[in-house]
Design a protein around this ligand. Structure first.
Ligand code: ADP
Ligand code: MG
Length: 315
């Protein structure tokens, strides 16, 4: 199969002829996108490298889902409505079974948001996947990390620590409902796209949790010039995590990555939008408060270490 057959067979079906806002998609030199008057284009890009972000043993359909999900999660954090995505992929070979699975997993998630693939690049080399997503927000309303203020409540969506706990089972999965649940949370993260859009205009800061709560909330604190108090017992933990990780659960919830939940701050005393959880399709839990004093405290004690950092020397 040559490069152009591959593009026609696998990537073109992920495009959608005549998708709203897409003037030109796969097949031309450039994609042409229309930004409606009064809206702004919001964009994010992420790379997944085999051996760094996923194991060679990952099912191709899970990889296809996950590669798109982690990007959509960034759009969710900005409160954007997904518009389209691009895919730059480096493949060691053209294994049809692998490509079928990869495209199937990616299409499953893309269809949920009516999200067309509008272009990309295909090269031969070690397996690496780079996706860029683009979304829209009303001008001036994109959420950032930088406007949390002392007194704001700190909230997270869903449950934390599940994907971190799944790391222990990746290479030797077990057929147990808890372990299946934890592995699903790692392989098929749910980007909180609906929640992000509902928070726009109300939340003072928002971030998605890719590297762990402490690390990612730390980015909000740094950007906002503030500190935080977290309440250990308030961290939302799944039953599966509590069953499987026991006393380690809260530590995983604080420091493990890969959950792709949203963490946001909301002005104290202002109610969250009514029926937020029902409309977002996930739970939302208050876990603490933004403070003037710098640093992150858990039950009053200063927390020292952060989450995952690619460039930190391992000790
Ligand atoms: P060019 O040489 O002009 O950059 P290419 O030959 O790389 O174009 O690609 C041909 C067309 O196929 C382009 O429209 C490009 O966006 C699309 N394409 C190539 N690879 C991918 C991919 N992995 N996903 C989506 N579209 C792709
Ligand atoms: Mg060209």
């Amino acid at each position: 199969m040559d490069e152009f057959e591959l593009i026609r067979k696998y990537w073109m079906p992920l495009g959608r002829e005549g998708a709203p806002g897409i003037q030109a998609g796969i097949g031309d030199d450039c994609a042409v996108l229309r930004v409606p008057p009064g809206e702004e284009l919001v964009q994010s890009i992420d790379t997944l490298v085999e051996g760094v972000h996923f194991l060679p043993s990952i099912a191709p359909a899970d990889l296809g889902w996950r590669a798109l999900a982690v990007n959509l999660s960034d759009l969710a954090a900005a409160g954007a409505r997904p518009l389209c995505f691009s895919l730059a992929i480096s493949l060691p070979n053209t294994n049809a079974k692998w490509l079928d699975g990869f495209v199937r997993g990616m299409a499953e998630l893309a269809q949920r948001f009516d999200l067309p693939l509008v272009g990309g690049d295909t090269t031969r080399g070690p397996l690496s996947i780079t996706i860029m997503v683009q979304g829209l927000v009303p001008a001036g309303t994109a959420m950032t990390r930088g406007r949390a203020r002392a007194g704001d409540g700190i909230y997270v969506s869903g449950t934390l620590g599940d994907a971190g706990a799944a790391l222990d089972w990746l290479e030797a999965p077990q057929d147990h409902p808890d372990i299946r649940f934890l592995l699903e949370r790692y392989h098929r993260p749910e980007p909180r796209v609906a929640l992000g859009q509902l928070l726009r205009g109300g939340a003072t800061a928002c971030i998605d949790i890719s590297d762990g709560l402490v690390a990612d909330l730390g980015h909000i604190l740094a950007a906002s010039g503030a500190g935080a108090d977290l309440i250990h017992s308030a961290l939302p933990l799944s039953d599966a995590l509590k069953q499987q990780a026991g006393d380690e659960s809260a530590t995983l919830a604080l420091s493990a990555g890969d959950d792709y939940e949203l963490c946001f701050t909301w002005p104290d005393g202002e109610p969250l939008p009514e029926t937020l959880e029902a409309r977002a399709g996930c739970t939302v839990t208050r876990i603490g408060t933004i403070r003037h004093e710098k640093g992150l405290r858990v039950d009053g004690r200063l927390w020292a270490s952060g989450g995952y950092d690619h460039f930190r020397e391992s000790s």
